[in-house]
Design a protein around this ligand. Structure first.
Ligand code: SF4
Length: 384
């Protein structure tokens, strides 16, 4: 059987901008910065002290594509759970520490892949940076300086009046300077704000003023729909300029949803391999088939497909043949029928009732061939 080349690039053919040069740190098995792929992270919502529930959620996050996970550590019971969680998690675990310097040491000792500290909630830490830097260095544990608009250092709030981009950046760089005084530069930085406009400007300024890898986040971005839009806009603006080394989408929704959104943002920007991609038209007064139903049924039928496949579902002959031809597989509909395209060629014409099953059948054949050929990665399906 002749191999079918799907022609979907594994990586973006033309990145939007060169990545900002940054130093590289190692968060467990995941490199961050220094040209490493932009990683997706999330945070558990379980009580960290509930080891079983936390590991279960981490397993779900891992299965969804999460590459780094953060766990909160507000109590001694949580700190006590860290060694088992860090050991059993399949992805690097970062301990999120506020207020209590002793938990920073506990997290480092526990074998966490990194610790996150918040300069605004951590004034007591400033006296202990020397010891923290020494412990982190001894264990090879990087530190994220995570500035957040909602917990900005009071001194900077007084100086700037509110959490401006300048205030967020000053807070982060001040904290970084404390570590630098002790020769510790194994840092990554975030300057989060719930307003994408402020957040974008803060990261732009930060990117100009240091070479640390940057963790992007719109903090408290809101419920799933609003948070997805805010995060996509803010991350898109920054990543398209090469700024950002790891991302966390913050949603008032289960963390697996954050990961899905983060992965999709990276795929949309060509920063992560595409898998199944459905190209479907929005339908209009010219549509000669039920495009919404077709798109939904094809998407559902191909859910979980691991190969890089672009499938086009198009509602009429205006753009249908062009899009279907460009995709790996597609249908151009008209007159109650669908012309099925595979790699630019019409292979069949079927009645509307057979379009979905025919597309799925052809997609399976292509996937099987790709697997035989050892192809891996991502694909796209277009439904118009
Ligand atoms: S492909 Fe046809 S039906 Fe779909 S939006 Fe374009 S013109 Fe309308």
């Amino acid at each position: 059987m002749t191999a079918v080349s799907l022609g979907v690039p594994q990586v973006p053919a033309r990145p939007l901008a060169a990545r900002r040069p940054s130093r590289q740190i190692q968060v467990g098995s995941v490199a961050v910065g220094g040209g490493a792929p932009v990683s997706v992270q999330s945070m558990t919502t379980t009580r960290t002290s509930d080891v079983g529930a936390t590991l279960q959620q981490i397993a779900e996050l891992t299965a969804s594509g999460c590459e780094i996970v953060r766990v909160a550590c507000p109590t001694q019971d949580d700190a006590d759970a860290l060694p088992v969680i860090a050991k059993k998690s399949q992805i690097p675990v970062i301990a999120d520490i506020h207020f209590q310097p002793k938990y920073v040491f506990a997290a480092i000792e526990a074998g966490c892949a990194a610790v996150r500290v918040n300069p605004g909630n951590i004034k007591k830490f400033d006296d202990q940076v020397k010891e923290i830097a020494a412990a982190a260095r001894d264990h090879g544990t990087p530190v994220r300086i995570g500035v957040n608009a909602g917990s900005l250092d009071r001194r900077l709030l007084r100086k700037y009046g509110k959490a401006t981009p300048e205030a967020l950046v000053e807070s982060a760089l001040w904290e970084a300077s404390l570590f630098e005084e002790h020769g510790f530069r194994d840092l990554k930085i975030s300057v989060k704000h719930n307003d994408p406009v402020v957040m974008i400007e803060a990261y732009r300024q930060l990117a100009e003023r240091c070479d640390y890898p940057l963790h992007l986040g719109v903090t408290e971005a809101g419920p799933a729909f609003q948070g997805t839009v805010k995060s996509a806009v803010a991350f898109g603006a920054l990543l398209s300029q090469g700024i950002g080394d790891t991302i966390r989408v913050s949603l008032s929704a289960p963390p697996v949803e954050e990961v899905k959104v983060g992965i999709q943002i990276l795929r949309s920007l060509g920063l992560k391999e595409r898998r199944l991609e459905i190209v479907s038209c929005p339908s209009c007064g010219r549509a000669q088939v039920d495009v919404y139903r077709l798109a939904e049924e094809v998407t559902a039928g191909l859910d979980g497909m691991e190969v890089p496949l672009r499938v086009a579902v198009m509602g009429c002959v205006v753009n249908g043949p062009g899009e279907a031809r460009e995709a790996d597989l597609g249908v151009a509909s008209g007159n109650g029928k669908g012309q099925i395209f595979v790699k630019g060629e019409v292979v069949r014409t079927v009645p509307e009732s057979k379009i979905v099953e025919t597309l799925i059948e052809e997609a399976m054949k292509i996937a099987e061939q790709m697997e035989k050929d050892g192809a891996s990665g991502e694909s796209a399906v277009t439904v118009s």
